[in-house]
Design a protein around this ligand. Sequence first.
Ligand code: ADP
Ligand code: ADP
Length: 221
Amino acid sequence: MSILSTTNLTKQYGKEPNVVNALKGIDLSIEQGEFAAIIGTSGSGKSTLLNMLGGLDRPTSGSVRVDDFELGKLNDEDLTVFRRQRIGFIFQNYNLVPVLNVYENITMPIRLDGKKPDRKFIREIISLLGLDEKIYNMPNTLSGGQQQRVAIARALAGKPAIVLADEPTGNLDSRTSDEVIELLKVTSRKYSQTIVMITHNPEIAAQADRCIRIEDGRICE
Ligand code: ADP
Ligand code: ADP
């Protein structure tokens, strides 16, 4: 069974007569361990789709299943817990907590959830991401690429069902972007971690295992 699927997913914003049909019936299936890119131009519906997949917003119709969870069946509270426990988020602007050091940032979502971090696993991903020397650094002492590596470690730390990455290389130069994508690829392979990344950049998308194109709210290839 796939780890993530959507069935005839639609999303409308606004009310008649100013309705925007942002998603027009998306059927998507992602396998466990896949590193998939969703590519499309600005306004094609990428962020809307990612918000549905991550339970950040609710569809107008259709369904989203992640792991064993039918998201439409969860109330708001359960959806928040689902997000916290089963989804790792990576953003364009890193979203690190400025007053926490690297190690604290990486373990923060686990602690917020009242759990103890798996220290051995955390150490392993810190090494894999080349952050051994930086664990006591504060975010503002790191380069953009280093900050994004911290954000990747944070997303992986709780062993989520899926990692959702929203333009993860949007603020990085092309060499650093390639390094970050390579690290996503490596972690996806090593841990059979499912990663869904959205991007408008064809060169970035081409580095994923699979590339899904969205145009005007529909999947077209
Ligand atoms: P992308 O991420 O590919 O740029 P979006 O998912 O942000 O695309 O947007 C898809 C469409 O939905 C666009 O036409 C956009 O203007 C519209 N849209 C997105 N968010 C909202 C919103 N909160 N209210 C109204 N329209 C929205
Ligand atoms: P609620 O709206 O129910 O309070 P939150 O907005 O706090 O829930 O989001 C819950 C989870 O979703 C957080 O663990 C966080 O990782 C993720 N999240 C949602 N939106 C963002 C965002 N803009 N920046 C960072 N994390 C976000």
